[in-house]
Ligand binder design. Structure first.
Ligand code: ZN
Length: 121
């Protein structure tokens, strides 16, 4: 893993680069407050939890919550050194299936799942 390069990537990534759909906006608004331990873990990898590469939401349920089957993040470097784990009932693992990142440099995609948040949109 290349933590420094990952940090730089997330620093230069502006909110205009992120998906503007309501599902992503709902996620970005709450994720850091609701899952602080997961946010801290990702931060050690250089990842900003508020800048997801891809979210995979279900529809909001009648109780006013929404589940994300998985949320994916770009990490630079090789997978070597990455340890999968579970934090606060959230799995953190390498994603085998994801959209093209269009990034040329060595990188891989990490996904966290499942995530459950209020639907505030
Ligand atoms: Zn989106």
């Amino acid at each position: 893993m290349n933590v420094k390069k990952t940090q730089e990537y997330y620093q230069q990534l502006s909110h205009d680069d992120l998906c503007r759909c309501v599902y992503c906006q709902n996620y970005i608004r709450q994720i850091k407050c609701e899952y602080p331990a997961v946010a801290a873990y990702l931060q050690e990898l250089g990842v900003d939890i508020e800048k997801p590469f891809e979210t995979m939401p279900l529809e909001p349920d009648i109780d006013g919550f929404i589940e994300y089957i998985a949320v994916q993040y770009v990490v630079f470097g090789e997978r070597k050194g990455f340890k999968k784990g579970i934090i606060d009932f959230v799995n953190i693992d390498v994603a085998e299936h994801h959209p093209s990142s269009k990034i040329e440099e060595s990188h891989f995609i990490v996904e966290i799942y499942p995530i459950r948040l209020k639907w505030v949109m």
